[in-house]
Design a protein around this ligand. Structure first.
Ligand SMILES: Nc1ncnc2c1ncn2[C@@H]1O[C@H](COP(=O)(O)OP(=O)(O)O)[C@@H](O)[C@H]1O
Ligand SMILES: [Mg+2]
Length: 686
């Protein structure tokens, strides 16, 4: 079936497309004729289905062209019903029809957007804050699907997973790992997202070209930084974010407020870069809040939005003319973007306007009247024109329609993804792992405990009690430090995870496994280092078997605690709440750990079975002490076995090591649950 389709596409690509079918929109339609773009793409048609080959020729061939059309796009969100403070009104609203109630629950964000854009063009979405620019961008990018009305097509084909892979989305916030350098960020992205049949050199070459294209040579070895870390500039950060997206050569590039926070020179430079990318054959849509006049003139098309309604759509350079035809003109020299934003907010200070604006409207709210007037004029003049052009335009050539439905291959195998992600996670977190303070803490506490329990022994009941106290302290220390070390990982990385999952970069299971295994390095290293010091200072049994078994038990406790921490973190996914949940559960586990109280009332005994501290502590006792060992030999009553000591009243020192199995099972279960919690919490549909 698939083969048949591939042949079909190949056939079509070989026969030259008829000119008639290629003629495309005129003045307000796509800036480049369809003929030109599809011809440019033809030399590559033989390999069109084999995207891998097409990809490997990156930067030599034009990107796959995407013609985007959207018509009457509406979007609404479910909000809480507006509660009235007036009790009479509230009763009235309750008796309203079911239909009205249903309507009331929704708030319309986009109220009928129409437009089109093709390769080589930049469409700017402009409007005051809250007007719906980001929402429209997300709808067009296929990131908002529910409650969207209207028709959006890509080469006359509706959105589908194959289209998704051809879209690059640069969000307003730059979500980049602060510990990685610009170059590392791009390299990891390239290795995760480029198909496995591309050679390493080709991937490096693509990173190199991207760095050059975006002018990032100067900061390539600088860490992204942020917060307290010394960092690259805002413009460089934005360009890195764009580079991250264009590495995979998207045909449609969507950018949300790329210039916000940049000075005018950096903003201008960024726009020049975007122009270059568009000229290369990409379709670009960008939202922009308040562009300078220089930037404004770089846009090909403009969609001016006011409160979710369009008030202008067309060529950017014709916008001023349109408004002056409606008799809206600035009275003083004004940046066109500023003028239009004033109109979009209904502010007409220093702007002359036609008097019929207030004819039918209540003049009390002048800005509302202006907006409604402009919306009406748009509906009367521009909208029908754009719709006519959209409908009148020929369909996209069939080979482009078919090709956009073929999923661009990113098939990097699970294992390959794992190795790349493991490496990246390690790079991003290694500073944290080998933090000097952590090392000093482990060393300091091991030394302190070693001195307090210096060469402790088990000759008397009191000495046994002391040493058992140390055992429990080791349990507490590693349980708490591993739970707290793991509980914040997912809440902190949530933003990265959401972004990368939305871009389909890797499987969630790969992320989880590489994260947990990577962190395990720290959760194994520190307890080992700690035990190497403490074990011999505190005078525990000097046999290799005993040492390794004790170490094994401590590591098992650490790894189980890490799993528990991950589970709590993934379950709440909030930095503040993760800490609270972890400390509460930790307290419960410690209390039921079997040290403070051994003889628990029957009704409460089930609690200890949930507590892995309980199993960890028993395991430590079992590996360190043997029941037949004699002590109290110097007392009047003579030698007794350790098992007879009241300290081991509820522990059978001779029992097998079932606790080890229970801990292993718990460590696995916590992780499985953590993974499923993460799955539920990282919802990338919206
Ligand atoms: N999921 C949502 N729930 C409720 N309101 C929303 C949601 N998404 C957007 N909005 C509202 O829609 C309006 C437009 O938002 P947005 O597209 O982000 O505006 P812009 O990007 O133009 O500043 C805002 O008033 C915002 O509060
Ligand atoms: Mg926005």
């Amino acid at each position: 079936m698939e083969n048949e389709r591939e042949e079909e596409i190949e056939d079509m690509s070989m026969s030259p497309p008829s000119l008639g079918s290629m003629q495309f929109a005129g003045s307000n339609g796509f800036g480049h004729s369809m003929e030109f773009m599809s011809q440019a793409y033809l030399p590559n048609m033989y390999t069109e289905i084999d995207i891998k080959i097409e990809d490997s020729n990156f930067n030599q061939d034009p990107p796959f062209p995407i013609y985007l059309k959207f018509e009457d796009v509406e979007y609404k969100v479910r909000g809480s019903q507006v509660a009235s403070t007036n009790p009479v009104k509230s009763v009235m609203s309750k008796v309203a029809t079911q239909h009205t109630m249903e309507e009331d629950r929704y708030k319309k964000i986009l109220k009928g957007m129409t437009g089109s854009i093709g390769p080589g063009e930049i469409l700017a979405l402009m409007g005051p804050s809250g007007s719906g620019k980001t929402t429209l961008l997300r709808v067009v990018g296929g990131r908002l699907v529910d409650n969207v009305k209207g028709k959006i097509t890509y080469n006359d084909v509706r959105f589908n997973p194959a289209v998704k892979r051809r879209i690059g989305f640069v969000t307003q916030e730059d979500v980049l790992f602060p510990q990685l350098t610009v170059e590392e960020t791009l390299i990891f992205s390239a290795f995760l997202r480029l198909p496995s049949n591309m050679s390493e050199q080709q991937k490096y070459a693509r990173v190199e070209t991207t760095i050059k294209d975006l002018g990032l040579e100067r900061c390539r070895h600088t860490k992204i930084g942020g917060g307290y870390l010394k960092s690259i500039s805002g413009g460089e950060r934005k360009r890195t974010s764009i580079g991250y997206e264009i590495l995979v050569d998207p045909s449609l590039l969507l950018l949300d407020e790329p210039t916000s926070g940049l000075d005018s020179t950096a903003a201008n430079r960024l726009l020049v870069t975007l122009q270059g990318l568009a000229k290369g054959g990409r379709t670009i849509i960008t939202t922009i809040h308040q562009p300078s006049s220089r930037i404004f003139h770089m846009f090909d098309k403009l969609l001016l939005i006011s409160e979710g309604y369009p008030i202008y759509y067309g060529k950017a350079k014709d916008a001023m003319q349109y408004f002056s035809s409606l008799r809206f003109t600035p009275e003083i020299p004004m940046n066109p973007a500023e003028f239009m934003l004033d109109l979009a907010t209904g502010q007409v200070n220093n702007i002359s306007f036609p008097q019929d604006v207030f004819k039918e409207q209540d003049s009390a709210d002048s800005s509302k009247s202006v907006i409604e007037y402009l919306q009406l004029k748009y509906k009367e003049t521009l909208e029908p024109k754009e719709k006519d052009e959209n409908h009148g335009a020929a369909n996209t050539p069939e080979h482009l329609q078919l090709a956009i439905q073929v999923k661009k291959d990113w098939t990097v195998s699970w294992l390959d993804q794992f190795f790349i992600l493991y490496k990246r996670t390690f790079r991003a977190r290694c500073k944290d792992y080998f933090d000097k303070l952590r090392l000093v803490q482990a060393l300091g506490i091991a030394l302190l405990l070693g001195l307090l329990w210096w060469k402790s022994s088990t000759n008397t009941e009191a000495q046994v009690r002391d040493q058992v106290g140390l055992m429990f302290y080791i349990c507490i220390f590693w349980t708490s430090s591993c739970i707290f070390g793991a509980v914040y990982v997912f809440p902190f990385e949530k933003i990265y995870l959401v972004k990368e999952r939305k871009a389909d970069m890797y499987r969630l299971s790969v992320y989880y496994v590489s994260s947990t295994l990577c962190d395990m390095v720290a959760h194994v290293f520190y307890p080992t280092f700690f035990m190497l010091i403490l074990y011999f200072m505190a005078g525990f049994k000097r046999t290799a078997a005993c040492f390794f078994l004790t170490l094994f038990a401590v590591l098992l406790i650490a790894i189980t605690s890490q799993g528990a921490g991950e589970l709590f973190g993934a379950a709440v996914m909030s930095i503040q709440r993760a800490g609270i949940v972890a400390s509460l559960v930790l307290m419960l586990f410690l209390l039921t750990g079997g040290y403070y109280v051994q003889h628990v009332p029957k009704v409460m005994q089930w609690l200890k079975y949930l507590s892995f501290v309980y199993y960890g502590f028993r395991l430590l006792l079992k590996v360190q002490y043997s029941g037949e060992e004699l002590y109290e030999c110097e007392s009047k009553r003579g030698c007794r076995t350790l098992q007879s000591s009241p300290t081991f009243d509820t522990v059978n020192l001779e029992g097998g090591l079932t606790e080890a199995w229970v801990l292993i099972a718990m460590a696995l279960c916590f992780r499985v649950f953590a993974y499923f919690c993460l799955r539920r919490r990282i919802d990338v549909r919206n």
